[in-house]
Write a protein that binds this ligand. Structure first.
Ligand code: MOS
Length: 732
C-alpha cells in the first residue's frame, strides 16, 4: 500500500482497541523470566562454547604481532580467532569503524581477538594470556583542540534564509553564547550479545538488534556470504537507544568463532568493554546567536555545531531543530566535523535534537530573560505553522502552543519566581524551568504478514523489534482493531529475519511505521475475507466481534478460512507527504528543582511533559516511553558524561559505576499528558512517535530550573555541583 494522500476515516478510527490503555501483552513473559534474550537461547542438546573478546590497548596505530600460544594451551580453550589470522573483512553499510579484521587500529577497545573455551571463565582467563605488540600513532581525542581544524561535513548540511548576519547585527536585543554537551553512552540494560550456529553454509544468529534486516545485510557483507544464508533473530531486546541499530562486533565474532570452533558460540560484550567498543553520542560545541525586536519577535537565529568522529563518520546534527522550531526571517545553521580517533560516534536517542535542544532551549530561556518576557510566552510569540526556511511548506500538524499552555496550567507555572535565585526553602534554593520539546517524524517502509486460522486466531509476523517499547502490544491492537477480534485472539511474532522486513525500531519511527505496515496487510486480509465469504467488496464491511457484517448479513470471521489458513502480506510505502509537509512532534517540559545551598547538589522535585505527537496508540506504553526519556534527560542534565582520556584516547568511566545514570530515588515525581490529536499526513494510523520527543528539551528545562533557583547559568553539561558551588551565596 502506498500512502501518498492524507489518511481519511478508516477502521483505526473506531478506537475500540487502538488508543486504549492496554498493558503490554509480553509483560507476563518478562516478569516471569520467560522472555528469552539473546545470550539466553539455550538448547539442552547443544554444547555451546563461550567467546571472550580481547580489545585493543591502543587507540590508534597498527598491530605488529600477536602471540596466542599461551592462550591456546590454557585449560578449556577450543580456539583463538585473531584479527591477524582473519585478515581484512568488508565493512557493512552502516558501520563507520571496522568491527574486526586486519591490523589497523582505529580506536581503543576495537576487537582484535576472541578466545573460545568450554566455559566463560576459561575463555576470560585465557584472553588475559594473548600478547599483542603495537605500533602506536598519535591520535586526536580532544574536540575543543580539534575544533579549529574541523571542516564542513560531506553533504554540507548548512541551511538558512534571509540574511542572518545583517539581521543579527540590526537586532536591538541579542544573545551570543557557546554551549557544550559531552560524549554520552546509551547505557541500555542489556549489553550486546550474540549466539552463532552454523549448519553447513547456513548461519543462524540470535542477537540483540533494533534493525533485523540491517544486521542481516551487514553481517552477510562482513562475512562475505550470501544474505539468504543468514538467519537473524531478536525476539526480545533489553533496550538499545540507537547502539543496536547497526551490526556490532559480538555478532561478527560469534559467527567467526563458531565456524572455527565447529559448534555454536556465545559472545557478549561486557559492559566495561562495550562503552569503548561500540558507539556513543558525540560531544558537541554549539554557538547560538539570537536577535529579537523589543516586542519579543525573533528576527535572526543562528546555530553552529562542532562535533567529531572517526574518518568517514558524520556530524552530530545538533542544529536540526533550529531550522524548524521558531519563526524568524533571517536564519543560519551550520555544522563542522573534526576528525577524532575516539570510538565511533553515532545515533543515540534523538540524534541531533537531543543535544541540540540541550543548547537551544537554554539560549531561548536566556533570550526571554533579556527581553523581560516569560519563557513560555516568548516561545508562543515565536511559534510558526510553516517551515521557517521554506514558508510554502506547512507543518502537517503542530500544536506546540497547546503543549506550553497546558503544561503551564497543569504545573502551576504562575508560582514560578520571575526573579532568579529568589525562592528559598530551608537549605534548598528552589526554581522552575521550561523547555520546548521537538523531534522530527521519520517514515520508513514496513511490511507484515497476517494469518487467519479456522479458530479465528490472527497471527502477525513482521521482523519489527520490541526494544522495551511496546511493539508487541500496539501491533496486536492494530490487528485486533482492523479485523474486529478481541486482542486475546491476536498472536504477534517479531524479530525474525524470516518475517517480512519492517521499519525496525529507531528514530521514534517504529511505532507509527510498523503498525501502518500491519494496517496495510490487514486491509489485504479484509479483502481476502470478503472474497471468501462472497461479499461484494471489503470497503463497506464491518469487522466486529469476530464477525463480518454488511447490512443484515453476518458471517463468523473464521468461516472465511477453509482448510488452510488465510494469509495476506503487504508493505506500507510512503509517498511525498513528508516532502510537501514538515512532519514533526512537539512537546513541553516543565521541571522543578531544589539546589542545596551549601553543596550545590541538584534534586529534581517534579517533572511534567506535555506531548502533541499524533494519535497515541496506547497511552500506557507511550507514557512509559516518555517517562523513560525524561529520566534519561535528567541524566544528561546532571550526571552523564563519558570522560575522555585526552592522552591515551579512550573513555575512562566505561562502566555503570562511573557513568552515572539516574535511578528511581533521583526521580520523585513525573507526569505525562498527551494532547488529543491525530496527524493524517503521517500514515493511515495518524500516529507519530514519542520515544525520542520525550528526551528532547528535558536537560535544558533542568538547566533553566537550576538558573531560576540559583541565578547561576551553566552552559556546559552535565551540571555537576562543582559548576555551581563557587557561585552559590555565602552561607550565613
Ligand atoms: Mo534511535 S538513536 O534511532 O535508536
Amino acid at each position: 500500500m502506498r500512502f501518498d494522500t492524507p489518511a481519511t476515516t478508516n477502521p483505526i478510527d473506531q478506537g475500540k482497541v487502538v488508543g486504549k490503555p492496554i498493558h503490554r501483552i509480553d509483560g507476563p513473559l518478562k516478569t516471569t523470566g520467560k522472555a528469552v534474550y539473546a545470550y539466553e537461547w539455550h538448547d539442552r542438546n547443544t554444547r555451546y562454547a563461550y567467546g571472550y573478546v580481547v580489545g585493543s590497548a591502543i587507540a590508534k596505530g597498527r598491530i605488529r604481532s600477536m602471540d596466542t600460544a599461551a592462550a591456546k594451551k590454557a585449560p578449556g580453550v577450543i580456539a583463538v580467532v585473531t584479527t591477524e589470522a582473519v585478515g581484512e573483512l568488508k565493512k557493512g553499510k552502516y558501520n563507520t569503524a571496522k568491527l574486526f579484521g586486519g591490523m589497523e587500529i582505529q580506536h581503543y577497545h576495537q576487537a582484535i581477538a576472541v578466545v573460545v573455551a568450554e566455559t566463560f571463565e576459561e575463555a576470560r582467563a585465557a584472553a588475559a594470556l594473548v600478547k599483542v605488540d603495537y605500533t602506536e600513532e598519535k591520535g586526536a581525542f580532544d574536540l575543543a583542540a580539534a575544533k579549529d581544524s574541523a571542516v564542513e561535513p560531506e553533504g554540507g548540511g548548512a541551511s538558512g534564509a534571509g540574511d542572518f548576519d545583517a539581521g543579527f547585527e540590526a537586532a536591538p536585543v541579542k544573545l551570543d553564547q557557546i554551549y557544550t554537551t559531552p560524549d554520552q553512552s546509551h547505557a541500555m540494560m542489556e549489553p550486546h550479545a550474540s549466539i552463532a550456529a552454523w549448519n553447513g553454509d547456513d548461519l543462524t544468529v540470535w542477537t540483540s538488534s533494533q534493525m533485523i534486516d540491517w544486521w542481516r545485510t551487514d553481517l552477510a557483507t562482513t562475512l562475505g556470504i550470501d544474505k539468504e544464508k543468514v538467519h537473524t533473530m531478536s525476539p526480545f531486546v533489553g533496550g538499545g537507544f540507537g547502539v543496536k541499530l547497526f551490526l556490532r562486533a559480538d555478532a561478527v565474532l560469534a559467527a567467526l568463532s563458531a565456524r572455527e570452533a565447529g559448534r555454536p558460540v556465545k559472545v557478549a560484550l561486557p559492559r566495561p568493554f562495550l562503552m569503548n567498543n561500540t558507539t556513543h553520542r558525540p560531544a558537541t560545541i554549539q554557538r547560538i546567536r539570537i536577535g529579537a525586536g523589543r516586542d519579543g519577535k525573533i528576527t535572526a537565529i543562528g546555530h553552529e555545531s562542532w562535533s567529531g568522529d572517526l574518518p568517514g563518520g558524520g556530524p552530530e546534527v545538533a542544529v536540526q531543530q533550529t531550522r524548524l522550531l521558531y519563526a524568524g526571517e533571517n536564519r543560519m545553521t551550520a555544522m563542522r566535523l573534526a576528525t577524532l580517533d575516539l570510538p565511533e560516534g553515532n545515533a543515540m536517542r534523538a540524534p541531533g535534537e537531543a543535544p541540540g535542544m540541550m543548547a537551544l532551549e537554554i539560549a531561548i530561556d536566556e533570550m526571554a530573560e533579556k527581553l523581560g518576557l516569560d519563557p513560555v510566552e516568548f516561545r508562543i510569540i515565536n511559534d510558526t505553522q510553516v517551515d521557517p526556511e521554506n514558508p510554502e511548506r506547512p507543518f502537517s500538524h503542530r500544536n506546540l502552543i497547546g503543549c506550553l499552555r497546558t503544561g503551564a496550567e497543569r504545573f502551576g507555572w504562575r508560582e514560578r519566581s520571575k526573579k532568579a535565585g529568589a525562592r528559598r526553602e530551608g537549605d534548598w534554593l528552589v526554581g522552575m524551568g521550561v523547555a520546548a520539546a521537538f523531534r522530527n517524524n521519520l517514515v520508513l517502509p514496513s511490511a507484515a504478514r497476517i494469518r487467519l486460522d479456522r479458530e479465528g486466531i490472527v497471527t502477525v509476523e513482521t521482523d519489527m523489534t520490541d526494544i522495551g517499547t511496546g511493539s508487541y502490544t500496539i501491533i496486536a491492537q492494530t490487528a485486533a482493531e482492523m479485523l474486529g477480534v478481541p486482542i486475546e485472539k491476536v498472536a504477534v511474532s517479531l524479530g525474525d529475519s524470516r518475517f517480512p522486513v519492517s521499519s525496525g525500531s529507531g528514530g521514534q519511527f517504529g511505532g507509527n511505521c510498523s503498525t501502518a505496515g500491519v494496517y496495510a496487510a490487514c486491509v489485504k486480509l479484509r479483502e481476502a475475507v470478503a472474497q471468501k465469504l462472497s461479499f461484494n467488496s471489503a470497503e463497506d464491511l464491518i469487522f466486529a466481534e469476530s464477525e463480518v457484517r454488511s447490512g443484515d448479513r453476518r458471517m463468523p470471521l473464521a468461516q472465511a478460512v477453509a482448510d488452510e489458513a488465510l494469509v495476506a502480506e503487504d508493505r506500507i510505502e510512503f509517498g511525498d507527504l513528508t516532502k510537501t509537509h514538515q512532519q514533526s512532534t512537539f512537546g513541553a517540559h516543565f521541571v522543578e528543582v531544589g539546589v542545596d545551598v551549601a553543596t550545590g547538589e541538584t534534586r529534581i522535585r517534579r517533572m511534567l511533559a506535555v506531548c502533541a505527537a499524533g494519535r497515541i496508540l496506547n497511552p500506557i506504553t507511550a507514557r512509559s516511553q516518555v517517562i523513560g526519556a525524561m529520566t534519561m534527560g535528567v541524566g544528561g542534565a546532571l550526571s552523564e558524561e563519558l570522560v575522555v582520556d585526552k592522552e591515551r584516547g579512550f573513555f575512562v568511566n566505561h562502566d555503570l559505576a562511573a557513568y552515572e545514570v539516574p535511578v528511581h530515588a533521583d526521580i520523585p515525581h513525573q507526569d505525562v499528558v498527551f494532547l488529543d490529536e491525530t496527524d493524517p499526513m503521517s500514515s493511515p494510523m495518524k500516529a507519530k512517535g514519542v520515544a525520542e520527543l520525550g528526551i528532547c528539551g528535558v536537560a535544558a528545562a533542568v538547566a533553566n530550573a537550576i538558573y531560576n533557583a540559583t541565578a547561576i547559568r551553566v552552559r556546559n553539561y552535565p551540571i555537576t555541583l562543582d559548576k555551581l558551588i563557587k557561585e552559590l551565596p555565602e552561607i550565613s
